[in-house]
Design a protein around this ligand. Sequence first.
Ligand code: SF4
Ligand code: SF4
Ligand code: FES
Length: 241
Amino acid sequence: MSTHLKVKVWRGAEQGDFASYAVPRRASQTVLDVVTYIQRHLDPSLSYRFSCRVGMCGSCAMTVNGKARWTCRTSVDQVAADGRLEIAPLANLPVIKDLATDMSEFFDKWARAKGQFKGRQGKLGRHQDFAQVEPASKQRLAASAGIECIGCGICYASCDVVTWRADFLGPAALNRAWTLVNDVRDSQRLERLGAVAGDTGCHVCHTQGSCTERCPKQIAPTAGIAGLKRLVAKAAFKNKL
Ligand code: SF4
Ligand code: SF4
Ligand code: FES
């Protein structure tokens, strides 16, 4: 095995090119370790984003050998057995510089999908009890299945409908809406269904599942989007939307 990895890294913004680097190969090395090595030892002007390094914050996602991945939890051995890596920014997002993308539109879409919780009870007084949610209920299980989203944008970058239609809300925002319509404590169910019902919402999804295949947290946005389609249809049938 070669002692060095051959690494190509995107440099520039929307316009740019790949630059080549030789990075020493190490045991248990992650793709984020490789990017960090380049920035610390070969080219300090390289821009990229990370924070936790343990799969919690969602900030380190990049395109690695053609696929969107969380780089802090992706080992080099897993994706570059031949010792070659090509690292680019996430697709479907504007590039700020090098490997750092602008996530504004991604999170604006969460707001457009009414991704904020608004409780029925308002502000609790000191002597009021917390709302009780039955742990084994169908709605609780559906909400729990999508709640561990870390906002990494990997599903969004892997969605070809987002590529074709930049206004599509996308899998992460719709997954968030799905967790909230299943939260029995929330008060905005119908407004949220209205927000995801339009021609940039759940009905645009073709259900082929790239988002579900790529999500590093094993969330299935495709299933949640199918659930939203059913709820929107039911609400429309009852003339509630
Ligand atoms: S299943 Fe829907 S949301 Fe997921 S990648 Fe395909 S079109 Fe996008
Ligand atoms: S659904 Fe999965 S891939 Fe999409 S933003 Fe959340 S954690 Fe990342
Ligand atoms: S650095 Fe936080 S998820 Fe990778």
